[in-house]
Design a protein around this ligand. Structure first.
Ligand code: AVJ
Length: 341
């Protein structure tokens, strides 16, 4: 190998690793606004993103290991079985992953991309800065030659920070875990925002939990070890710490049920007794009647038909439907719906 060859070889194997950070004080401001907005409504609610402080994220990781919580392991199994096919279909040169977390499932895709020889760039996007830095560092090391461009942002506000798709560099935009189920009624709007990040030959890879026996669904959100209850109740601890609130956490209980009409799981926190809570940071006093509830999360359960409808409304079309033997969970590939295709 000549020196010139050696240099270009080096340039190719030493992938670049960059991180751009877009969250800051703004994240705190949304907590203030969200709590003021959510707790002054006749039906009280809090958006689910505030469930994920450090402790909440730890609890969520434990949920993913629970025997009752099938989505994580089912999605991983589908991904493992179909990763090579996904790469073959998409020609994946770039993987953009929203809510990348520790990228455990991502490695399955990256490995397939490496086997196929198509993979050039990985763009993890997550709200947790330390997580993005650690993941980007680990992956740049484990996948020599891979460009890693980490983005620290809130995917409801900073999607525009994702670099535009490059012609000739097929992109797979992955949004795994079933988190799209949290978005309703905004799922279609969010899907349309994702569609805007796709070139004509790029694909969205989306994880969605599916409609099934309500007992199975409810057990997944009300596990016997009480981890989901602790996860849900933790949001009150977040409000106590971040806003100086005085929620008597032990006076609230975890509620999870499947709404068969809307086909979603709702998580709520129910006041066991009447109480009044002060939230100094937003100068608010909130009263709860005995039995009154705060809705903390919805988790929509999809059918193929519902998803196809959501995709169509967002300017997308379903390209591949990948599921497990029991049809518990689906991974789908979708692309932009073009008039001439
Ligand atoms: C992370 C939104 C996919 O809805 O199943 C798990 C969150 N909440 N148990 C889900 C969650 C309670 C989870 N997502």
């Amino acid at each position: 190998m000549s020196n010139v060859d050696r240099r270009s070889e080096l340039a190719r194997t030493a992938g670049r690793n960059t991180i751009s950070v877009h969250v800051g004080e703004g994240t705190r401001r949304t907590l203030h606004e969200d709590v003021l907005d959510g707790l002054t409504r006749p039906s009280k609610e809090l958006p689910p993103k505030h469930l994920y402080d450090t402790y909440g994220s730890e609890l969520f990781d434990r949920i993913c290991e629970l025997p009752e919580y099938y989505p994580t392991r089912t999605e991983r199994a589908i991904l493992t079985a179909r990763a090579d096919a996904i790469v073959a279909t998409t020609g994946m040169a770039e993987l953009v992953e929203l809510g990348s977390g520790t990228a455990a499932k991502t490695r399955v895709l990256l490995d397939a991309g490496r086997r196929a020889g198509t993979l050039r760039r990985y763009v993890p996007f997550d709200v947790a800065e330390q997580m993005v830095r650690a993941t980007a560092g680990a992956l740049a090391e484990d996948y020599p030659g891979l460009d890693v461009h980490g983005i620290v942002g809130d995917f409801e506000r900073h999607l525009a920070e994702i670099p535009p798709p490059e012609p000739g560099c097929p992109r797979v935009l992955a949004f795994l875990g079933g988190t799209i189920g949290n978005f309703l009624p905004g799922a279609r709007r969010f899907l349309a925002e994702l569609a805007a990040l796709l070139g004509p030959d790029d694909f969205l890879l989306l994880g969605t939990d599916l409609v099934k026996d309500p007992d199975v669904l409810e057990a997944a959100y009300d596990d016997s070890a009480g981890v989901t209850a602790a996860f849900n109740l933790n949001v009150l601890t977040v409000l106590n710490r971040e806003l100086g609130a005085d929620f008597p956490v032990e006076r609230f209980e975890h509620v999870a049920f499947f709404d068969p009409e809307r086909r979603w799981i709702e998580l709520r926190l129910r006041a066991r007794r009447a109480c009044t809570v002060r939230i100094p940071a937003i100068d608010l006093e909130v009263s709860f009647l005995r039995g009154e509830e705060i809705r903390t999360e919805i988790s929509t359960k999809f059918t193929r038909q519902r998803l196809a409808g959501d995709y169509a409304a967002a300017g997308l079309e379903l390209a591949e439907w990948l599921t497990d033997d029991e049809a518990l969970f689906a991974l789908t590939l979708a692309r932009r719906r073009l008039p001439d295709r």
